[in-house]
Design a protein around this ligand. Structure first.
Ligand SMILES: Nc1ncnc2c1ncn2[C@@H]1O[C@H](COP(=O)(O)OP(=O)(O)OP(=O)(O)O)[C@@H](O)[C@H]1O
Ligand SMILES: [Mg+2]
Length: 250
């Protein structure tokens, strides 16, 4: 197994107040790492640090290092980092335009692709990889806003796939979805790990146990425990982990 991302002594702050403390962990290539933990434990801050989304927040600061294939992510250009590390949010927010234009928006802007045949093939590849092609191939020109919530979430996944990232960060991607749409997104994540490395923040402990190889438990800004998912759920080493997964808090 190869590590795609290495995190060394990462601490994060808002207004100098610590919200993540001395985090050390590695993320295995072509696997899914689940991050679980109660509200305010720093899960979203962790994801936003991995693709430097928090660069835009003047109250945010950090110490420590994160390496992506050996490159320190804080030394590389943020825009090129965000192409390698794509992010999905809890609420899918398609652009108010057609399904086709949603997917070609970033490739046109970032790669300056204008050739119709190239754009067509990006749309088809991204929608197929997002398990959405069969449902929408006959209505690519209709508005993305008319899709169901589950379809909108897969469209947002297709938009991330269109820029060919290496890592995909999912922040509670199923929190607004019904069980059938949730199952589709879970199956999709399992398929996607063949090509991508995935970090999944989820407040659904069962979801973590269904999809991920490794699970990390965060509590109040600290990594309490990280282990193979089965081990972490069946025989956690730390009492806090056990309390959380058995539903005693959070
Ligand atoms: N932009 C911000 N400015 C100031 N404080 C913030 C900001 N974003 C998050 N925080 C604080 O940092 C801490 C960690 O928040 P974070 O959103 O990372 O937690 P989380 O584990 O994702 O929580 P949840 O499960 O509710 O999504 C919280 O105390 C939160 O209030
Ligand atoms: Mg969060």
């Amino acid at each position: 197994m190869v590590d795609k991302i290495k995190i060394e002594n990462l601490s994060c702050y808002y207004n100098k107040k610590s919200v993540l403390e001395s985090l050390n962990l590695n993320i295995v290539k072509n696997e899914i790492l689940s991050v679980i933990g109660p509200a305010n434990s720093g899960k979203t801050t962790f994801l936003r640090t991995l693709n430097r989304m928090n660069d835009f927040d003047v109250t945010y600061s950090r110490k420590g290092n994160v390496y992506l294939d050996g490159d320190n992510i804080f030394d590389i250009d943020a825009e090129s980092l965000r192409r390698r590390v794509g992010m999905l949010f809890a609420m899918p927010i398609p652009l108010p335009m057609s399904i086709y234009d949603n997917i070609t928006y970033a490739p046109k802007r970032l790669d300056l692709i204008t050739k119709k045949s190239e754009l067509d093939s990006i749309v088809e590849r991204s929608l197929k990889d997002a398990s959405l092609w069969d449902e929408v191939k006959d209505r690519l020109d209709s508005s993305a806003m008319n899709m169901s919530g589950g379809q909108q979430q897969r469209l947002c996944i297709a938009r991330v796939l269109a820029i060919n990232p290496e890592v995909i960060l999912f922040d509670e991607p199923c929190s607004g979805l019904d069980p059938i749409s949730t199952a589709k997104v879970e199956e999709l994540m399992i398929d996607l790990k063949e090509k991508y490395t995935i970090v999944l923040v989820t407040n659904n402990v069962k979801q973590a146990s269904r999809v991920s190889y490794t699970t990390a438990f965060f509590l109040m800004g600290k990594l309490i425990e990280i282990d193979q998912t089965g081990k972490l759920f069946i025989s956690p080493k730390e009492k806090e982990t056990e309390d959380y997964i058995t539903g005693r808090f959070g």
